[in-house]
Design a protein around this ligand. Structure first.
Ligand SMILES: [Zn+2]
Ligand SMILES: [Zn+2]
Length: 259
């Protein structure tokens, strides 16, 4: 392989254990809700004919508020349903002044509901070529956009057994096949300009930074690091994202000095 490699400096030390416990507690609530309410809500979902099959903004808000409220109760936060509907409405209009823990619970509620749609798409089995392929008509079509919920994913997975590259959506949990090499954002196949960065604190995970388009994505090698909970894995490894952003900034500064 001719790909360039480098090391990321990790400085951040957040209270990972505490964050994990909170995440686990909320995730358990989401799982319970799924078991109880999955068939009820799935029967109400209407999927589009082509991707994105069910964008976040079109999810049934009753389902979001129902799950959001469960998460609020689990976190011992009292708030009325009507306030939550209002907050969701505000957010849809691009206004967001929620406190971070309320926003985290909403994020988990939205994910929980979006997952209902991705399960339906999995069960129906949509042909692979529908997953946003780059075609000659549309060479720049974004392969990082989730075909189910329409959110942009920055998490790629090299799946077992032979390392097939899949994109993983941390919002709805859907996975779809993508090009095996090169940049997933701009499609550049220039391996010299895709730099893989890692840190020994996070084995099995790399950040691929593309010098062509200046974007980066995370790549988890499932053959080295089996993952049960991708949302947590993505959160836990946020220090890698911060480090990659710093690295990118430094590159830009250096390039400016050279020119
Ligand atoms: Zn998705
Ligand atoms: Zn790129």
């Amino acid at each position: 392989m001719s790909a360039k490699r480098g090391k990321l400096a990790i400085t951040e030390d957040v209270s990972v254990k505490e964050a994990y416990q909170k995440h686990q507690m909320l995730k358990q609530e989401v799982d319970n809700w799924h078991q109880e309410r999955c068939s009820h809500w799935q029967a109400t979902l209407v999927l589009a004919k082509k991707p994105p099959y069910l964008p976040i903004m079109d999810l049934p808000e009753d389902a979001i508020v129902e799950l959001w409220q469960r998460l609020n109760s689990a976190a011992k936060v009292e708030i009325t349903d009507s306030t939550l509907f209002e907050m969701w409405e505000q957010l849809k209009q691009g206004k967001n002044d929620m406190d971070p823990s309320m926003a985290t619970r909403l994020q988990m509620a939205v994910s929980g509901v979006a997952k209902l749609a991705s399960q339906i798409v999995y069960e129906k089995g949509v042909p692979e070529q529908k997953y946003n392929p780059r075609t000659s008509d549309n060479p720049m079509k974004n392969t990082t956009e989730c075909p189910v919920c329409g959110e942009v994913s920055t998490l790629a997975v090299l799946a077992k057994p032979e390392g097939k590259r899949m994109m993983h959506c941390v919002t709805c949990g859907f996975e779809w096949p993508v090009q095996r090499t090169g940049c997933l954002f701009c499609g550049s196949e220039d391996s010299k300009r895709l730099i893989y960065l890692d840190n020994e604190a996070f084995p099995g995970i790399q950040i691929a930074v593309c010098e062509v388009c200046g974007q980066y994505f995370k790549e988890i090698d499932e053959r080295k690091l089996p993952v049960k909970d991708y949302v947590w894995e993505d959160l836990r490894t946020l220090p890698l994202n911060y480090a990659a952003e710093l690295w990118l900034e430094e590159q830009i500064k250096r390039n400016n000095q050279i020119n």
